[in-house]
Design a protein around this ligand. Structure first.
Ligand code: HEM
Length: 397
């Protein structure tokens, strides 16, 4: 059986065949793990939804990383992160940050996103790297805009979020401690932004978060710091990899690219299919709060439960021809943004908009874009990522 926790497995690509085997033969599978007491690997769509929607049975509070516990000193800090909280604490914090993600706030970003995409494409000609030239800068610039951070800080945020998420990839660093150091730096960065907005309020996300709502509730500076970490990772790595893996999917299925170029009205369904196909966040972990069952399989209080969105998104009981990339797929109830529980991706509307505008711009301005060499994958059992993808851009129009 494949070692699902081993990050090097994913360097060769998501092990879809092994996940399909599990989904069919052992959908709630006890997976031995040399680093921890082991975990249940949950691979069916219905079971991933069940676990996600029952935080009273499956808690986020004990940690989300597949490989092991947070070291004791980090635990309390990690629990300031919304992703690591359960209702009702989570619901309070989520309602405070929701203020920055209303349709009005996100709608205001559309024009900015168009300008960023056009600017990025203006710089693309001949051959280059799709990841560093297009996919990575877009979400970074959007996060900078959202936070009200100066655009010159883009490279700093890029470096810190790479180090934070890439701690299983030796190219970024070699130690867990270095990842923690990057987290501390990001937190300090967020705290400094918050302190600045107290002095100089603006029409941006940080100002909204530190402004008391009708009930007087407000985020503390530490909360703002932790939220900056969350955004730097959740908003960057995910969208970057959806864009890169989406482009790669079109390279692997050129007939779908021609279909999109000829028919931009398919953009909305194309974006959903890209997120299903790529599933940039492959899995999240929960912990069973009580003895219970998942899909009929008994699990015990304290057991670790890993939900595999990557496997659920190719479940043939939900998706017809799940291994076909079809940009007209509709309906498409994928779990790329989570299983619909309280932690459902806060940035889903923003991510959809970024991907829609990006692929609309590429299809219009770089219709002849083509692969031109190596694709280097991230070494991670959590993020489905590409570090480099050489492409021939063709002349921009
Ligand atoms: C949570 C995926 C883009 C912010 C999540 C979760 C997933 C996910 C799987 C966990 C859901 C769960 O546990 O039920 C993605 C994907 C993206 C993306 C695939 C891009 C294609 C973004 C963006 C932002 C963002 C652009 C913000 C700028 C968040 C936050 C959470 C989250 C704050 C935690 C929500 C909570 O704990 O309540 N995302 N995400 N994400 N995402 Fe995203």
């Amino acid at each position: 059986m494949i070692e699902l926790y081993d990050p090097s497995v994913y360097e060769r690509g998501v092990p879809y065949r092994d996940l399909a085997w599990l989904r069919e033969h052992s959908p709630v599978h006890w997976h031995r793990d040399p680093q921890t007491p082991g975990f249940w690997a949950v691979t069916r769509h219905a079971d991933v939804v069940h676990v996600s929607r029952h935080p009273e049975l499956f808690s986020s509070y004990e940690g989300l990383a597949m490989s092991g516990e947070y070291p004791e000193p980090d635990k309390e800090l990690q629990r300031l992160l919304m992703l690591n909280q359960d209702p009702p604490e989570h619901s309070k914090r989520r309602s405070l940050v929701n203020k920055g993600f209303t349709p009005r706030m996100i709608g205001k970003l559309e024009q900015h996103i168009r300008e960023v995409c056009d600017d990025l494409i203006d710089r693309c000609s001949g051959e280059g790297d799709f990841v560093t030239q297009v996919a990575a800068p877009l979400p970074l610039q959007v996060i900078c805009e959202l936070l009200g951070a100066p655009v010159e800080d883009r490279d700093l945020l890029f470096d810190l979020s790479n180090r934070l998420i890439g701690w299983d990839d030796p190219e970024f660093q070699t130690t867990y401690e270095d990842g923690q150091a990057a987290g501390t730096e990001l937190m300090a960065y967020g705290n400094a932004l918050a302190a600045d907005r107290v002095e100089d309020p603006r029409d941006d996300l940080i100002t909204r978060m530190i402004t008391p709502d009708a009930d007087g509730a407000v985020l503390s500076p530490d909360d703002v710091g932790m939220f900056t970490i969350l955004l730097a990772v959740a908003g960057n790595e995910t969208t970057r990899n959806a864009a890169s893996l989406g482009m790669k999917a079109f390279f692997d299925h050129p007939e779908q690219w021609r279909r999109l170029v000829a028919n931009p009205s398919l953009l909305d369904t194309a974006v959903e299919e890209i997120v299903r196909w790529a599933t940039p966040v492959m899995q999240f972990r929960r912990t069973a709060m009580t003895d219970t069952t998942i899909g009929g399989q008994p699990v015990s209080r304290g057991d670790k439960i890993v939900v595999y969105y990557s496997a659920a998104n190719r479940d043939p009981s939900v998706f017809a021809r799940p291994d076909v990339f079809d940009i007209g797929r509709d309906p498409n109830p994928h779990l790329g943004f989570g299983g619909g529980g309280p932690h459902f991706c806060l940035g889903a509307h923003l991510a959809r908009m970024e991907l829609r505008v990006l692929f609309e711009t590429i299809a219009r301005r770089l219709p002849d874009i083509a692969p031109a060499g190596e694709v280097r994958r991230l070494r991670s059992n959590f993020i489905n990522g590409i570090k480099e993808m050489r492409v021939s851009f063709g002349p921009p129009s």
